[in-house]
Design a binder for this molecule. Structure first.
Ligand code: MN
Length: 131
């Protein structure tokens, strides 16, 4: 079984390292970008199974990046999960109405992250079985 490929878009190096370490330890293949522009380019060039998208990024926002991923035929169906440090009450609803497939709040839970990511993956890529 090939573990799912996750693209993490996060500008904070410490957060990025934490997420990468946790996901790699859980067996995921992880690619990363520190800007939305770079993330969109990577995703379109080699579509991952899921994108974790920080909403607060320098330059292009995570929400604009989502729109571009949805506009591209190769990434249209890739689940994109918003990650935000905003403590505002309606952030979850706002992220979901913007079209994100899910929402994770910072600080990331080291204990729960891998399971959270699996829950957002399409069933076929998280539980791939031999034919
Ligand atoms: Mn950020």
């Amino acid at each position: 079984m090939t573990e799912a490929r996750i693209l993490v878009v996060e500008d904070n190096e410490r957060n990025l390292k934490l997420v990468r370490d946790v996901l790699e330890f859980a067996g995921f293949q992880v690619a990363s970008a520190t800007t939305a522009e770079q993330g969109v380019a990577l995703a379109v060039g080699d579509p991952p199974d899921l994108v974790l998208m920080d909403l607060q990024l320098p330059g292009m926002s995570g929400t604009e990046a989502l729109r571009r991923l949805r506009d591209s035929t190769v990434t249209r169906a890739v689940p994109v999960v918003a990650v935000t440090a905003f403590a505002m009450k309606d952030d979850r609803a706002r992220a979901l109405s913007a079209g994100f497939d899910g929402y994770l709040e910072k600080p990331i839970s080291v204990r729960d992250l891998a399971d959270q990511v699996r829950s957002f993956l399409p069933a076929t890529s998280s539980t791939k079985e031999a034919p």
